[in-house]
Design a protein around this ligand. Structure first.
Ligand SMILES: C[S@@+](CC[C@H](N)C(=O)[O-])C[C@H]1O[C@@H](n2cnc3c(N)ncnc32)[C@H](O)[C@@H]1O
Length: 283
C-alpha cells in the first residue's frame, strides 16, 4: 500500500547531486536541478519498491556494491522513451533512396546494415524495416539486418515482444497495419498488434550503453541516433561522433533528431548534407 508519507518524500539537494553524478557516469544523461521535481516523481516508485523512507537511503543502495541492478532501474526511470512510428519522415525517405541505389548489389548477394541506436520501444527499427519492405517483395531473401539497441533493458524487453498496443500505433497507416502487422489481440481493454514475421526477422534488439564498449564488427549503411544525444552534454556528444564515424560505411548516412546537430562536423570527419543528416567526408 502506498502511504501519503511515501508520496511526499522529497529529493534533497545532496541526493540530487549523488543521483545526477551516477546518471552521468553510467549513461551520459545530464540531469539539471530545474528537473528535480520530475526526477523525484519518476523515482518515488523505486523507493516504494525497496521500502525506503528517503532519497538518502536510496543513494546508499545505488552506491553500494550490490546496487548494480538498482542502477539499471534508475537509468530506466530517468530515460525518456517517447517515440513513434515514422517520426521525422524525411529520414525514411533518405533511407529508401539509399536502399534503391543499392538494390542491384543486394540482389547480387551484397549486404546492408542499419543501426537504430537508442531505439526505445522499437518503433524506429520497425519503421525502417517497413520502409525497406515497401520497396521490394524480395526483402526476406536479402542480406539485410537492422540492429536496434538501447541502454534501457525494459524497452528492449518490450521491443522483443514485437506487439504494439493501439496507443503506440501512431504513424502506421491502415494499409501498413494490414500488411506488416497481424490481427490484433485484445488485452486489458486495448488492441495489441503483432509485428509480422517478415519485419521481425530483419531486426535484432540488444541492450547497449552508447557510452560503453560497442561489440560491433560491421559497417552500417545507415545509423539512426535520434533524440538521444539531446540528453548528453557537448563533451559526451563529442566522444560519440568519432565512434559513429568509425562504424559508418564510407557511403553511409547518420541521422540525428530534429533538435540535435554535430556542432563542427568536419572536425569529426562528417559533412552535413541535409537537415540532421550527415555523411562521412570523402577520404
Ligand atoms: C527519446 S528516446 C528516442 C527513441 C527514438 N530514437 C526516436 O527518436 O523516436 C531516447 C532513447 O535513448 C536511450 N538512451 C539514453 N541514454 C542512452 C545511452 N547512454 N545509451 C543507449 N541508449 C540511451 C533511452 O533509453 C531512450 O530509449
Amino acid at each position: 500500500m502506498i502511504t501519503a508519507a511515501q508520496n511526499e518524500v522529497t529529493l534533497d539537494p545532496d541526493s540530487f547531486r549523488s543521483i545526477a553524478e551516477l546518471a552521468y557516469r553510467e549513461s551520459g544523461l545530464t540531469l539539471v536541478e530545474e528537473k528535480t521535481s520530475m526526477i523525484q516523481s519518476r523515482l518515488r516508485h523505486r523507493l516504494r519498491a525497496l521500502k525506503l523512507d528517503d532519497f538518502a537511503a536510496y543513494c546508499t543502495v545505488l552506491n553500494s556494491d550490490a546496487g548494480q541492478s538498482e542502477r539499471r532501474h534508475l537509468i530506466s526511470a530517468l530515460t525518456t522513451n517517447v517515440s513513434h512510428f515514422f517520426r521525422e519522415a524525411h529520414h525514411y525517405e533518405k533511407l529508401a533512396a539509399l536502399f534503391d541505389s543499392r538494390l542491384s548489389k543486394l540482389r547480387a548477394g551484397g549486404q546492408m546494415r542499419i543501426w537504430s541506436a537508442g531505439c526505445s520501444n522499437g518503433q524506429e527499427a520497425v519503421s525502417a524495416a517497413i520502409t525497406l519492405a515497401e520497396r521490394t517483395p524480395e526483402i526476406s531473401n536479402m542480406n539485410l539486418k537492422i540492429l536496434a539497441t538501447d541502454i534501457d533493458q525494459n524497452v528492449i524487453r518490450f521491443a522483443r515482444t514485437a506487439r504494439y498496443p493501439q496507443r503506440l500505433m501512431r504513424g502506421v497507416t491502415a494499409e501498413m497495419r494490414e500488411t506488416y502487422f497481424g490481427p490484433p489481440a485484445e488485452e486489458n481493454g486495448e488492441k495489441h498488434y503483432p509485428v509480422s514475421q517478415t519485419i521481425r526477422q530483419m531486426i535484432q534488439f540488444n541492450a547497449l550503453n552508447l557510452l560503453g564498449p560497442w561489440p560491433i564488427r560491421t559497417k552500417f549503411e545507415v545509423i539512426f541516433c535520434r533524440n538521444v544525444v539531446i540528453y548528453f552534454d557537448a563533451q559526451t556528444q563529442e566522444r560519440l561522433w568519432p565512434r559513429f564515424h568509425q562504424v559508418l560505411h564510407p557511403d553511409g548516412l547518420l541521422f540525428l533528431g530534429h533538435s540535435e546537430r554535430i556542432a563542427e562536423p568536419e572536425k569529426f570527419g562528417f559533412e552535413c548534407i541535409g537537415p540532421t543528416t550527415y555523411r562521412p567526408l570523402p577520404q
